[in-house]
Design a protein around this ligand. Structure first.
Ligand code: OFO
Length: 167
């Protein structure tokens, strides 16, 4: 049986993953409307990834006999003027999620719940990947600056990103 505090914090985390999925989704359709066919593909894809992170937590909680509550997510309208700002928001968001995962790892050790500790290692690894991925995209966008031709090529690269997962 799960410790109450751990259960509560894992539920908060699964709702954060759901929020992340909505955040990427909301950005995907805005960017698609602006004609960035590749970047929107990446963002739609990533929204699905975040949903999988949520499902993983739901299924773990069910396995451990937990009770789940899903929040009604009301995503605040996020404004961003350019792609650099958009990916900056995503980078800050991923850093926030990493801190939450670290907190959960600490809590599982404190409560001596080694099953949960072991389960969370997947998220630790995932966050290293995600932070570095979004940072690499941000760096590229910063490098491209206002160069329209550069942005066009970058968007094309992003279109293939979900196929080969390399940037
Ligand atoms: Fe963006 O990552 Fe989920 O955990």
């Amino acid at each position: 049986m799960l410790n109450d505090k751990i259960q509560l914090e894992l539920i908060k985390q699964l709702n954060r993953e759901s929020e992340s999925s909505q955040l990427y989704l909301s950005m995907a359709y805005c960017v698609e409307k602006k004609g960035f066919e590749g970047i929107c593909e990446f963002l739609y894809d990533h929204s699905n990834e975040e949903r999988k992170h949520m499902l993983k937590l739901i299924r773990y909680l069910n396995k451990r006999g937990g009770d789940i509550t899903l929040n009604n997510i009301f995503l605040k309208k996020i404004t961003y003027g350019c792609l650099k700002e958009l990916f900056q928001i995503l980078f800050e968001h991923e850093k926030k999620i990493s801190n939450k995962i670290n907190f959960l790892v600490e809590l599982s050790l404190e409560k001596k719940d080694y099953f949960t500790y072991n389960f969370l290692q997947w998220y630790v690894k995932e966050q290293i990947e995600e932070e570095s991925l979004i940072k690499r995209i941000l760096d590229k966008i910063q490098l491209i600056g206002e160069d329209k031709g550069g942005l066009y090529l970058f968007d094309k690269d992003m279109k293939n990103f979900h196929k080969n997962k390399k940037l």
